[in-house]
Design a protein around this ligand. Structure first.
Ligand code: C2E
Ligand code: CA
Ligand code: CA
Length: 284
């Protein structure tokens, strides 16, 4: 028991950047137990059909809906709904994100097919979030193609949201996969732009068609001059590089007005619609 506890404290010290001292306390053990129990239930979540895919609308400057982003939810039986930030990191560490990601992809392609059969939804695109470990799978391109084919979904309506962490990988391999998918019509959006290790040269090397300004910059865009300057700069750069730019997390009219005044044309946030079920989305 003593050695086990020492080991836990050692891991904490390593997590803190190695050159550190940590004392064991019971909270560490509790956190570890909770994690283990969460992971155990996450392992069964797919076979128990506990995942839901929500969608959040994206609108243009006339506030017309032009597409939507899929956002995953986990509803374990008899427990409260779990937000993705509370289980995606664990799913990534445990490798469970691979089957979960395939489930999301399959679900999204099925919805796209359904949308193509209705007049009001035929023109909309659907974006899904793709984890770096998913994208790194050697057969990632085939997985996307297979899901699109299985449902007869139009690849031009599918958008993949990638994060900056992926761009630190082997450039040629990432670009190769992106190009292979672009060739069949799938497009790419760079998510959470400005929060990671974004080197501006990335934008030139990778064939993105869209940038998403992270919510953390939008939150205080009307009150914090630094955030305003960053948003302004991202918009100017996006235009110069012929990328379209989406502002995420728009909650207030004043934020929307600021963004419109600075040339932003695409928006997502509670002001236009919260994440909702596909049924709710289609009724709205
Ligand atoms: P994200 O891709 O940046 O998604 C946007 C998040 O902002 C969503 O949180 C959304 O509900 C929230 N949001 C949208 N508009 C507003 C707003 O106006 N105000 C506020 N306060 N929040 C807003 P959510 O659904 O909890 O997702 C969190 C993250 O989980 C996502 O961030 C994404 O990184 C990840 N995620 C979600 N679904 C998937 C998935 O299917 N696969 C993977 N790999 N990751 C996913
Ligand atoms: Ca996203
Ligand atoms: Ca985002």
């Amino acid at each position: 028991m003593l050695l086990k506890q020492a080991d836990i404290a050692l891991y904490k010290a390593k997590d803190a950047g190695r050159n550190a001292v940590r004392f064991f306390d019971n909270a560490m053990q509790t956190a570890l137990d909770q994690r283990a129990s969460l992971e155990a239930s996450l392992r069964h979540a797919l076979s128990r059909d506990e995942f839901l895919l929500y969608v959040q609308p994206q609108v243009d400057s006339a506030r017309q809906v032009i597409g939507a982003e899929c956002l995953l939810r986990w509803q374990p039986v008899g427990r409260a709904m779990v937000a993705p930030d509370d289980f995606i990191p664990l799913a990534e560490q445990s490798g469970l994100i691979l089957p979960i990601g395939l489930w999301v992809l399959d679900f999204a392609c099925a919805q796209l097919r359904r949308w193509s059969e209705q007049r009001q939804t035929r023109e909309l695109y659907l974006a899904i979030n793709v984890s770096a470990c998913q994208f790194r799978q050697p057969d990632f391109v085939t997985q996307i193609q297979a899901a699109l084919n299985k449902h007869g979904a139009n690849p031009r309506r599918l958008k993949l949201e990638l994060t900056e962490s992926l761009l630190l990988d082997e450039v040629d391999s990432v670009v190769g996969k992106m190009r292979a998918l672009l060739d069949i019509g799938v497009r790419f959006s760079l998510d959470d732009f400005g929060t990671g290790y974004a080197s501006l040269s990335y934008l030139k090397r990778f064939p993105f068609e869209q940038l998403k300004i992270d919510r953390s910059f939008i939150r205080n865009v009307t009150s914090d001059p630094d955030d305003a300057a960053i948003v302004h700069a991202i918009l100017a750069m996006g235009h110069a590089l012929r990328l379209n730019v989406v502002a995420e997390g728009v909650e207030e009219d004043a934020q929307h007005d600021f963004l419109v005044a600075h040339g932003c044309c695409l928006f997502q946030g509670y002001l236009f619609g919260r994440p909702m079920t596909f049924a709710q989305f289609e009724l709205a």
